[in-house]
Design a protein around this ligand. Structure first.
Ligand SMILES: Nc1ncnc2c1ncn2[C@@H]1O[C@H](COP(=O)(O)OP(=O)(O)OP(=O)(O)O)[C@@H](O)[C@H]1O
Ligand SMILES: Cc1ncsc1CCO
Ligand SMILES: [Mg+2]
Length: 282
């Protein structure tokens, strides 16, 4: 038998992923975890609808005045700095700190991390509060890993996700978080193991906030099994990608794909998940 054959390593083998992914989605539907999202104005609607169609329960509460009462009751937190301003940052930090202190998973989306010194410093401060998962596009993860502020295209990536593998590993090592880089292949790493989720369609990049929304979906998947954050993250990325693949069959362009993606996520059944999940060792 070959040392890396599926028989020898059932936990890591490619054939184990579809079942694992279905079991995450089923658990999210069964338990309907409460996900607090402090996110940008652009993404609020798609993010909340993504969570609802996956079976989770979104709450877009963002004021510091409510965090001490509300955050202790959530199952996971999603923080996204997309339309960051200095008056929102303290609430993000308070929510992240509260979640961390209570042992609740939280996920960071470092939108356009390298676009300004203010944004980079905010992301670096949030990293100190120990996110469970960090999900960005290639340019965001490369900038954050080097803490470098340089001319960028803002929220869109100018890099392939595969350009960011070493940056993702370094960021995971430095922070203890699982790091995910979205793109044609979604890369997920804990600093040692690297897996690729090969689902999705290119038109998803033409719908604003699909990245933000999949970050919230990751929070929902991690909420049901925070001890397996890498598996939860890869599974969420794969499920969202499959919803895009099935949605595209009915879509005429980005606007109708947005609608059909949500419908497909809502209607995903076991057979579709088992036949479409494509997650491999990278
Ligand atoms: N070329 C591609 N082929 C397949 N899927 C893709 C491709 N590019 C992006 N995706 C998918 O689209 C979703 C969003 O990823 P993307 O990298 O565009 O995020 P983002 O840049 O953070 O987006 P946003 O800032 O608008 O939220 C992910 O689920 C990703 O897998
Ligand atoms: C377009 C845009 N600008 C700030 S956040 C956001 C949503 C996608 O990240
Ligand atoms: Mg983004």
């Amino acid at each position: 038998m070959k040392p890396n054959s599926d028989e020898k390593e059932p936990e890591q083998s490619n054939w184990a992923w579809p079942r694992k992914t279905w079991s995450f989605l089923s658990e999210v539907r069964r338990r309907s975890p409460l996900i607090q999202c402090i996110t940008n104005f652009v993404s609020m609607d798609l993010m909340a609808n993504t969570l609802l169609s996956a079976g989770a329960s979104p709450a877009m509460l963002h004021t510091s005045d409510e965090i001490p009462d509300f955050t202790p009751h959530i199952n996971a937190l999603c923080i996204n700095v997309g339309t960051l301003s200095s008056d929102w940052l303290p609430a993000m930090k308070l929510a992240a700190e509260t979640a961390s202190n209570l042992g609740k998973p939280w996920v960071l989306d470092p939108v356009a991390a390298g676009a300004s010194v203010f944004r980079m410093n905010a992301c670096l401060e949030l990293l100190k509060l120990k996110p469970t998962v960090i999900r960005g596009n290639g340019s965001e993860i490369m900038a954050l890993s080097k803490a470098s502020v340089e001319p960028t295209k803002g929220v869109d990536s100018t890099h392939e996700s595969t350009d960011a593998v070493e940056s993702a590993k370094a960021l995971a090592e430095a922070t203890g978080a699982v790091v995910a880089v979205s793109g044609a292949v979604d890369i997920v790493t804990d600093g040692k193991l690297v897996v690729g989720a090969h689902n999705g369609v290119a038109m998803m990049q033409k719908i604003t906030a699909t990245g933000c929304s999949v970050t919230a979906l990751i929070a929902a998947f991690v909420a049901v099994d925070q001890n397996h954050a890498l598996e939860a993250t890869a599974s969420a990325l794969s499920v969202f990608g499959i919803a895009g693949e099935l949605g595209l069959r009915l879509a005429n362009g980005p606007a109708s794909l947005r609608m059909h993606l949500i419908d497909s996520l809502y209607g995903l059944d076991e057979a579709a998940v088992l036949s479409h999940v494509k997650i491999t060792r990278f």
